[in-house]
Design a protein. Structure first.
Length: 92
């Protein structure tokens, strides 16, 4: 699981019917240096969101096989918004 910052939304003109009631967010995943206050991010990824994350909000991201686990049937999801992050406490 990683932390990321929402930088936008993705709009699809055509979508699969398995996507119902969701939003797709463009998210910048954090690097370790980001926790220390530096501007360091991995390349942006698209994250499936059912929690209602907003622009600029920090979220917890599950990726890979774990991202598809919340669904009853197999769903083509590679990154999932697992939690909305309110506060982060970091100490080196």
């Amino acid at each position: 699981m990683r932390i990321g910052t929402v930088i936008g939304r993705v709009t699809l003109s055509v979508r699969t019917k398995k996507y119902q009631g969701e939003r797709l967010l463009l998210t910048m995943p954090w690097r370790r240096e980001t926790l220390a206050g530096k501007e360091a991010y991995d390349p942006a990824i698209v994250v499936y969101d059912q929690l209602g994350a907003g622009l600029g909000q920090q979220i917890a991201i599950s990726e890979g096989r774990e991202a598809a686990c919340p669904f009853k049937t197999p769903t083509p999801v590679d990154a999932y918004c697992a939690a909305l992050v309110d506060e982060i406490f970091y100490k080196e």
